[in-house]
Ligand binder design. Structure first.
Ligand SMILES: *Cc1c(COP(=O)(O)O)cnc(C)c1O
Length: 369
């Protein structure tokens, strides 16, 4: 592999394929697979990832907002795209691009019906999102008769699926709570089947749901983080490969005497002589200030180099006192061995936040193999 000569986020499509096949392999062969590509495919590159997933045969893609779906359609993606959190302002654009809304409230439902009617739609595919305990978005079971009233005989729309989302699928201490969500989803599904004049398919599980509650896979699963290489569990992480690898280089090396300060606000005063490397990556690239002052480390020549002092906008300084390295050498911020998950944990956050925060300034390099 070519060594990095600047800050670069490598996107490994071989890893994506591996993760997809691994997750598929845990499911019944007939279960449909939705690949979640919201937030630039978890900070990587949504068009590249969506195209690869399309080649691999995913049944659905999902984004959070309409404009994310528009980018995919403009790039030629033909796979059905579910929009998880559509807002009325973009309903017309959504219909023009054949993006399928997850409808979650009475207001949204009525506004979407009227947008679809106005555009002369017939059986436009929509999905109904139900709240089973996350208390974020969704209809409740009491809404089912209302939904039937509005949707039965409504020719502009067709309800393709119903869905809900688990609040703590990765946390086995919350197994009892998750079971109540599953039970509640089943009650909703049977009410829907009783009241609606169509029989929509069902989906509930995200990545950790696939791992921990495979018996509730229903007709489709929705995986995001797993495709990108994380299973929220060490045993699963060991089976997956990170898609995004963040690399940079050493810009300058300093030898600093004991008692000097390093960086803004003199956050670190050295207690002993130190050798430091300055790296061309900072909070404007997505390495937030929470990672400074030794909360996280990067890897140089396979060795840990903690981030010292405050994170600057465009730079960080790392401690290389015990590492034999030179200006221009490659630095792994996170990757295979020191994963985004372990990097994030140092600052008490999660891989999802670190990955989706890698900013546009960082060049994406696609590794296709
Ligand atoms: C983001 C999201 C997912 C994907 O979750 P992962 O934990 O990344 O697999 C699935 N469903 C919904 C509704 C989401 O918002």
């Amino acid at each position: 592999m070519v060594k990095a000569t600047e800050t670069v986020l490598e996107i490994d499509l071989g890893a994506l394929e591996h993760n997809f096949r691994y997750l598929k392999g845990r499911l019944n062969p007939e279960t449909r697979f939705l690949g979640v590509v919201k937030a630039f495919a978890y900070g990587s590159d949504s068009v590249t990832i969506a195209k690869k997933l399309e080649t691999l045969g995913v049944d659905y893609l999902a984004v959070a907002y309409v404009k994310e779906g528009v980018v995919l359609r403009d790039a030629g993606i033909r796979t059905p795209i579910l929009v998880l959190h559509p807002l009325p302002v973009s309903f017309d654009e959504m219909i023009e691009r054949c993006l399928e809304p997850s409808l979650y409230s009475r207001k949204i439902l009525l506004e979407f019906i009227s947008a679809a009617q106005k555009q002369g739609q017939h059986k436009y595919p929509v999905h109904l999102k139900f709240n089973t305990g996350l208390n974020r978005l969704g209809f409740s079971i009491e809404d089912v008769t209302y939904l039937a009233e509005k949707l039965n005989g409504e020719k502009a729309l067709k309800v393709v699926s119903i869905l809900s989302h688990l609040a703590a699928s990765e946390d086995l201490d919350e197994k009892a709570f998750t079971q109540t969500q599953i039970k509640s989803f089943e009650n909703i599904a049977s009410e829907v089947d009783k009241n609606l004049d169509t029989k929509p398919f069902r989906h509930l599980l995200n990545t950790s749901g696939i791992i921990n509650y495979p018996e509730s896979q229903y007709d489709m699963v929705r995986s995001g983080i797993g495709l990108y290489g994380f299973g929220n569990e060490a045993k699963i992480d060991a089976q997956l490969r990170p898609v995004a690898i963040l690399k940079t280089v050493i810009s300058q090396i300093h030898t600093i005497a004991s008692g000097e300060s390093i960086g803004y606000n003199r956050a670190l005063i050295t207690q002993s002589p130190k050798v430091t490397a300055t790296l061309p990556i900072g909070h404007a690239d997505g390495i937030g200030r929470q990672y400074g002052n030794e909360k996280a480390y990067v890897t140089i020549m396979g060795k840990k180099a903690p981030i010292i002092g405050n994170v600057c906008m465009d730079m960080i300084m790392v401690d290389i006192t015990d590492i034999n390295c030179h200006e221009g050498d490659e630095v792994i911020v996170f990757g295979e061995k020191h994963s985004a998950d372990s990097f994030a944990r140092g600052a008490k956050t999660i891989s999802y936040e670190l990955l989706t925060g890698i900013s546009k300034r960082v060049k994406r390099k696609i590794i296709a193999e």
